[in-house]
Design a protein around this ligand. Sequence first.
Ligand code: 5GP
Ligand code: MN
Ligand code: MN
Length: 356
Amino acid sequence: MSSFISSMSSSKPHPPPQNFRNLHRERMEAENGDNGSNTPSASLPPNTYIAPDMPAEKPGPNWLRMVCISDTHNMTDINNYSIPEADILVHAGDFTKMGTTAQVDQFICWMKSLTHIPLKIIVAGNHDVILDKEFYEKNWFRFHTAQEDHQAAVEKLQSAGHGIVYLDNSSYTVDGAKVLYKKWQKQAKLELKQKTLQEIHAEGAAAADGIESVDPREGWIEGYRIWASPWQPEFYEWAFNEVRGKLHEIWKHIPVDTDILITHGPPKGHGDIVPQDNNIHVGCRELLERLKVVRPLYHVFGHIHEGYGVSQIDWRPIATQDGENPGSSTVCINASACNINYRPLNKPIIVDLPPK
Ligand code: 5GP
Ligand code: MN
Ligand code: MN
């Protein structure tokens, strides 16, 4: 955990109400009384779809298909929650019910079974308690009957293979290009193997050399910059919680050239309405402030299950230190798979990304 995080995650003043955890548990375990899925936005931005209503093919060669999910809470066996074929999967946190090692294992198993997606970018959420070292050491007994091994759980995710990239709270960036480059190399090597010796001879040594010398930013893998964080504004003392008003200490680390931002929670005003709490917007104000500056192409999040859907922010041109930042837009994707009753009834959201 980096120092700026550890210095902020000091003891929290208010213990959660005794019945809060039970409330969540009851919702997870209830078999009846379901609300159904949330209604996604009526009109979606270009190249954005709700599965399974996407074209079979991507718009053109070298495009990337990204499938966004969040808040699966180990519930995806229900209804056989299915994930369409894509180049990248993004999971924006809350992949377990209550963050036990067994639940992390179950999630990894599910990710491994998605052999039709070569790269899976995973960030934790407040339910994935074992992954927040400092929080778990102080609070494990509120969630688990016996203390489990934080480090072992992190390592399981980090070494899972099968294209799983876990972004913990100390490594905020992933060079998407680099990861995809590895995939490209593998593919190219495979193709080379399948060629006859005669064909290789005809093409000359350049064909083989090319594999190592290709710039990851020149091929179909064009580098989209991805940045992810599990942190969110405090709500009843869960993992990766920070008090409102202090989160700018985290968001200031979002690089200004981020293309795809992944956070567990929403920014203020987008996919963040809680109907059961007087329809208030509970998203993070400081995250919205940072969004105004960074203006990523996509912001993928979850956490507020009721906020499932897609919206678009159109930015006006602003003056910056480096001159005028032209008008652009950010597509906000609340990808919560589970509805408020923890039923996985909201379908994955799909985006086709053009070659960059
Ligand atoms: P989770 O426990 O899975 O993180 O969040 C589940 C639900 O808790 C959300 O869908 C939302 O109803 C509620 N919730 C989460 N965070 C907040 C918050 O900051 N404020 C309010 N009012 N409700 C929240
Ligand atoms: Mn959740
Ligand atoms: Mn959450």
